[in-house]
Design a protein around this ligand. Structure first.
Ligand SMILES: C[S@@+](CC[C@H](N)C(=O)[O-])C[C@H]1O[C@@H](n2cnc3c(N)ncnc32)[C@H](O)[C@@H]1O
Length: 201
């Protein structure tokens, strides 16, 4: 029998921001999920492209898998990185689509975005931008992007139907989504559902 547990979305978002502010400010800490450059290498990120991403971004990498394992991005594509965090995926993508493509990373945690912007400046990239936004209400016109990438973010969003319709809105017809995320195969106990750390991590 499914157990309904009320989650206060504002509390959840505040907890998520707190968790990921800590990942950006104290990347050397132990979290309940793996982080950092070594983890990205374990996930088979392209080593040459990753090696150009400075630690400012890579130390706070908190992805759950590798969205580029679904395919390399094409030269010239317009890419949206939803929940870009400190920017590792955006900065890898920016190298794949250069010089004519453009990457836009959005995230709701300002400390993560500060790292992402600093890392892009360190790399001297001018085809990537980072914008503070919630993923459920994207500040872009319809059909703005050829491809959406996202890594470890949709699982943190309570209203997934709303999220996917927003992604469909900003993608051009025939565009694609390369998603790395967590799925649950077994029912979660009521106690587990009430544990906010399991919702934020
Ligand atoms: C697990 S981290 C992954 C970060 C990045 N994709 C990476 O691979 O390193 C999740 C990120 O999603 C962001 N996030 C979570 N919910 C969000 C939402 N509703 N809107 C925008 N960003 C969100 C968090 O701030 C955090 O930076």
């Amino acid at each position: 029998m499914a157990v309904e547990v009320e989650i206060d979305v504002d509390v959840l978002k505040a907890e998520i921001r707190k968790t990921y502010a800590s990942v950006s400010e104290e990347p050397e800490k132990d979290f309940v999920f793996p982080t950092g450059r070594a983890w990205a290498l374990d996930l088979d990120y392209p080593a040459d492209l990753l090696s150009r991403v400075p630690d400012t971004a890579a130390a706070s990498f908190a992805g759950v898998a590798n969205p580029f394992s679904l395919g390399t991005l094409e030269l010239g594509e317009r890419v949206l990185d939803v929940g870009c965090g400190a920017g590792t995926d955006s900065l890898v993508a920016a190298q794949m689509i250069a010089p004519d493509g453009r990457v836009t990373g959005i995230d709701m945690t300002p400390q993560m975005l500060a790292n992402a912007r600093r890392a892009a400046a360190e790399m001297g990239l001018d085809n990537v931008e980072f914008i503070e936004s919630e993923a459920e209400q994207l500040p872009f016109p319809d059909e703005s992007f050829d491809v959406v990438i996202s890594n470890g973010v949709i699982d943190l969003i309570p209203d997934k139907d709303a999220e996917f319709s927003e992604l469909r809105r900003v993608l051009r017809p025939g565009g694609r989504i390369q998603l790395a995320d967590v799925t649950i195969q077994n029912p979660v106990s009521e106690e587990g559902r009430r544990d906010i750390d399991l919702w934020t991590g």
